[in-house]
Write a protein that binds this ligand. Structure first.
Ligand code: PRX
Length: 694
């Protein structure tokens, strides 16, 4: 396998780009006005721009305008690049929709009447065209020295075997299959196997607790669960199968629901087989069982609007929503955004560091790269193990040319200094990407100067679980970049910025970010609760998709994402609901009330600050703080545990009983002189008490 990899790399090494040192100008164009002149602008290195797929703003504008003026022609052309067993109904508009809840149910349809299969387009299409020998996944385990390399043919065979196994266990089109695994190749393989047979996968991030996993299994009534014995992250072992067993117990007790089959990949790197808990009759070992199945498996042709997968995400209130993405639109959007956001070209080695448990991993580890016949790196571990040079070592080892990562990890590595980065060549890199949270100009500049040696553009991509793929991003090579700015919408995406009253603003402005019309990748519904989908995304502002983010538009028309405008937190790029954390805290018998806000954090971007009121017989103590944090770990996952617990005698509430989080945010940020108007509070003295309690 090592030899195979070396041979493959000889062919695939990205073109060497000469180092161009940039003039950092202060204005974007000759005509830029005073507003834009205050922002730094970084020109795309000339060599990159010359070779990029889209190399000017005018070329972008032509395609952007076409996608809006003539979606039938634009998206029809893109979709025709895939195999359709039956073409969509070309006598009707390629997209049919209603975004106005007052006019009837909200719905979105793309490529209606067409039949295709995402797995076929991601694998069979390439193998049948003679590219089966091309590397698909270059897997790097948690510990250096652990690797696995799979070609497109290898992946197809493994996918077929899992697909056949699922069929043999009675899984049919439309059935839900839950996947709870660490970042091993079998995770995307499991997803593709579901896609092949038309089963709807629901991947749950391996950092979620057994209670969270149980909630998701119950909600989607998963027929089969695919997992692995355990995972490794740095020196930690994740007992995934144990967590699964606990979750399935909860499902039985609380929902009287039994998962019929649990397929367990024996990940002996993490946990020895004899230590894995086992339920006879339900559990089966992956390696032994799967090898008995045929490496051929027929494809289930799916109507474009049938579901491909569901993925749970947190909103401001209530339990997580299982967003549904559908076959045709998601495939076309994931494929096209991958190609352009990353300027993907033959020879690239792509590495998205996200976990498949999040949407970034779905679209840019599993589907987008494979739909474009890319070769990608999958990494199981963490950036700082065994030391902070791991990412740079992996880049050199696999000659990675495109690195797509989250600002929180970039900040962690920046804090380790430049020396460890410079120990590695990183010459293969030609493009860097950022996702999940705003990247500050300082972090952007470090990423650009140190990691990319001022030679690789940075594509800052704004999007969401709901959007399926990148929506607003600095299309690499097409225009100069502004550090920290997502910039312009992708083809067909029509952002609208509203003021407080919901009036559309034009020109430079700041306000609520909404989207006017559907793009192919938009989620179609919330599993089992279409009303919640309508209420969450389409009722706030009439006829528009509400993103939940705020933004600013500058004089160049560039969009700067300013962050969530609702009660959703973004901790280390993980989307967390304040309501869910509060729910976990008040489940502790001594906690009577809790209010959670975010505060700025050097590395995590945002950290969680919890104001907690205790029952009269409780005594505040460090032990109690730990119990409360543990309650959140248990109910959601360790990543959601509050960093600060502030004992609160009372909470600032309006006379109607609404907690004023605005005030709590100021207290958490220690901005005591900027608390603002407290006259509408039922008891304004609460604020002083809270400040005294700091
Ligand atoms: O607030 C925005 C932030 O992440 C939210 C979406 O989170 P999730 O559904 O978990 O998907 C994350 C990965 C696509 C958004 O509402 N966000 C995402 N990307 C950016 C961002 N904020 C600023 N800049 C970004 N590039």
């Amino acid at each position: 396998a090592e030899r195979r990899l070396r041979r493959m790399l000889e062919h695939l090494v990205a073109p060497q780009l000469s180092t161009v040192s940039l003039d950092r100008s202060v204005c974007l164009s000759q005509t830029a006005n005073a507003n834009a002149a205050q922002e730094d602008v970084v020109y795309v290195p000339g060599d990159f721009a010359r070779k990029s797929l889209i190399s000017s703003r005018s070329q972008y504008e032509e395609l952007y305008n076409e996608a809006i003026a003539d979606p039938n022609a634009f998206w029809g052309r893109v979709a025709a690049g895939y195999f359709w067993q039956k073409l969509w109904d070309t006598s009707k508009p390629i997209c049919n929709y209603n975004f106005d809840a007052d006019k009837g149910p909200v719905f979105v349809e793309w490529f209606k009447g067409g039949y295709t299969n995402v797995c076929y387009n991601a694998l069979d299409r390439h193998v049948l065209a003679g590219h089966g020998h091309q590397m698909c996944f270059l897997w790097e385990g948690n510990d250096p020295g652990q690797n696995a390399y799979l070609t497109y043919s290898d992946v197809l065979k493994k996918v077929c075997q899992v697909a056949n196994f699922l069929r043999a266990r009675g899984v049919k089109k439309g059935d839900r299959v839950c996947i709870y695994m660490s970042m091993i190749c079998e995770l995307p393989i499991a997803m593709l196997a579901c896609a092949r047979i038309g089963a709807v996968h629901s991947v749950v991030f391996g950092g979620f607790s057994s209670e969270s996993l149980a909630g998701r299994i119950l909600d989607c009534q998963a027929k089969v669960l695919l997992t692995c014995s355990g995972g490794r992250r740095a020196n930690k072992v994740l007992p995934l199968k144990q967590i699964v067993d606990d979750a399935l117990q909860i499902c039985l007790k609380e929902g009287n629901f039994r998962v019929e089959t649990c397929l367990v990949y024996d990940n002996s790197f993490a946990i020895p087989r004899q230590n894995v808990p086992w339920v006879q009759g339900r559990d089966v070992w992956w390696q032994e069982t799967i090898s008995q199945f045929s490496v051929d498996s027929p494809v289930e042709w799916m109507e474009a609007e049938e579901p491909l997968f569901m993925l749970y995400t947190s909103g401001s209130t209530g339990k997580p929503k299982g967003l549904i993405h559908t076959v045709g639109g998601y495939m076309v959007y994931a494929g096209l955004t991958f190609k352009h956001a990353f300027d993907h070209q033959a020879g690239d080695i792509f590495w998205c560091t996200a976990d498949c448990g999040w949407i970034t991993g779905h679209t840019y580890v599993a589907y987008g790269p494979l739909l474009n016949r890319a070769t990608s790196v999958i990494f199981e571990g963490v950036p700082t193990f065994p030391d902070a040079g791991r990412w740079w070592q992996i880049i050199d080892k696999y000659q990675v040319s495109i690195l797509y990562a989250a600002p929180t990890a970039i900040r962690t590595l920046a804090a380790q200094g430049d020396e460890i980065v410079r120990k590695y060549s990183r010459k293969s890199l030609r493009l860097l990407g950022s996702v999940g949270e705003p990247i500050s100009p300082k972090t952007w500049q470090w990423f650009y100067d140190v990691v990319g040696d001022s030679r690789c553009p940075i594509v800052d991509t704004w999007w969401q679980t709901e959007t399926g793929g990148c929506m607003i991003f600095s299309l690499p090579g097409a225009w100069p970049m502004k550090p920290g700015c997502a910039s312009l919408p992708f083809f067909g995406v029509q952002p609208v910025i509203l003021d407080q009253e919901g009036k559309e603003q034009h020109g430079p402005c700041e306000g609520y970010l909404c989207i006017k019309a559907p793009w192919p990748g938009v989620a179609r519904t919330v599993f089992g609760d279409h009303e919640r989908y309508e209420n969450t995304y389409f009722k706030t502002w009439k006829g528009l998709y509400t993103t939940g983010d705020g933004c600013r538009r500058d004089a160049d028309g560039f969009i700067w994402i300013t962050g969530r405008v609702d009660d959703v937190l973004n901790v280390s790029g993980h989307r967390i609901s304040t309501g869910e954390v509060e729910g976990a805290l008040v489940s502790h018998p001594l906690c009577t009330e809790a209010a959670v806000v975010g505060y700025d954090h050097e590395v995590k971007g945002q950290a969680i600050y919890a104001f907690v009121s205790l029952s009269h017989d409780a005594t505040p103590s460090d032990a109690l703080k730990k119990q409360l944090q543990d309650a959140v770990r248990k109910q959601i996952g360790a990543f959601a545990a509050p960093d600060v617990i502030h004992w609160a005698v009372g909470l600032p509430k309006t006379r109607s009983g609404k907690i004023m989080r605005r005030i709590l945010r100021k207290i958490a940020a220690r901005q005591f002189n900027d608390i603002g108007d407290t006259s509408s509070l039922a008891d304004p003295s609460v604020v002083d008490q809270l400040i005294k309690g700091m």
